[in-house]
Design a protein around this ligand. Structure first.
Ligand code: SF4
Length: 334
């Protein structure tokens, strides 16, 4: 069970990623950040719920004018924190965050420079990220990577994994399948343009995962149908049933009891994941949860393929084997 909370600093962002959850708000540079008082209240509430770790998300948290102070507030409350970032901020603010005790970063990297810069809509976004990572390495600060899989970068998964496995070497890579949540659900045409072709992604993931794992890099594949990956990598799939049991994910404000976590997992899976044909006839249904409903509708049901035979003895049986990604930060010397 995760003991992390996500603190949302506000939607303001300097990037324009076409698959952003908040794409429908328009130009995110015109959004506002939340005040330090409001965010302090969120941090203290998380602590009271039993959280010991905070993930700052947004928007772009590294451009919040008080991000370093917020990191100090987390530490003062006896917790540690990570910042989820596009890593394009300047070195001065990064060094200040390090000085104020940030523990970890989760950096969005969506392919090679040309693709990545185009997705972010920021000139030299990748160059800025490489500078950012150089500073992290010089200060021995760990980092992980988020790669949102979409039609724009679906063919780069193997080559980009090969590149990062031999160069920047993050601790963990999360491949996040673009799913049309929220207002995306009403935007069928655009969603269809961005949703990745899972037949392509399947081959890419099957080749990329062993490349990363051979270098000791953990791999998560989030919100993705198990039938579209080699059985050897079922353990990498982290869907709605598993997410609250990933030590790097968030408690979603739920009370920290086994019962409440399980209820959240079941109800989220029920509302977000497809349970009808062919999933209802699939042996893996309890372990997979089903393909994202909106993706299945927008792609006319072409991707899920019921797996027959065998049986599942526990919904967490595959996930429990993904040891490179399930060690809680702070334990075992991490
Ligand atoms: S058919 Fe449905 S339940 Fe079975 S693995 Fe595919 S998405 Fe998951």
């Amino acid at each position: 069970m995760t003991t992390r909370a996500m603190i949302d600093v506000g939607r303001k962002c300097n990037a324009k990623c076409p698959f952003c959850y908040y794409h429908h708000l328009g130009d995110l540079s015109k959004q506002e950040y939340k005040s330090v008082d409001e965010l302090t209240l969120d941090i203290v509430s998380a602590k009271k719920r039993g959280c010991d770790y905070i993930d700052f998300s947004g928007g772009e948290p590294m451009l919040h004018p008080d991000i370093a102070n917020l990191i100090a507030i987390v530490n003062k409350n006896g917790m540690r924190c990570c910042v989820i970032t596009n890593a394009t901020c300047g070195e001065t603010i990064l060094l200040k965050c390090i000085d104020y005790g940030v523990d970890d970063f989760l950096i969005s990297m969506h392919g090679f420079s040309e693709t990545h810069d185009k997705i972010m809509g920021i000139k030299n976004a990748r160059d800025r990220q490489i500078n950012f990572i150089d500073v992290l390495n010089a200060n021995k600060i760990s980092f992980r990577v988020n790669y949102v899989m979409s039609s724009i970068n679906q063919n780069d998964i193997v080559s980009f994994s090969d590149f990062i496995a031999s160069t920047i070497k993050p601790r963990i890579v999360n491949f996040i399948n673009f799913n049309p949540h929220g207002q995306w659900g009403c935007d069928t045409v655009k969603s269809q343009k961005i949703i990745s072709d899972l037949f392509i992604v399947e081959n890419q993931l099957n080749a990329a995962i062993p490349i990363l794992e051979a270098k000791g890099i953990g791999v998560n594949v989030r919100y993705y149908p198990m039938c579209r990956i080699n059985p050897e990598y079922y353990r990498c799939i982290c869907n709605d049933m598993h997410v609250m049991y990933d030590p790097y994910e968030w408690d979603n404000g739920v009370p920290h009891t086994e019962d409440d976590y399980k209820k959240w997992a079941i109800s989220t899976s029920k509302s977000v994941e497809w349970k009808d044909i062919p999933c209802r006839d699939c042996t893996l249904l309890s372990a997979c949860g089903g393909i994202n409903r909106a993706v299945n509708c927008h792609t006319f049901g072409q991707y899920p393929e019921a797996i027959r035979g065998g049986s599942i003895h526990h919904w967490y049986q595959y996930r429990a084997q993904n040891i490179l990604t399930l060690t809680k930060r702070g334990a075992h010397g991490l």
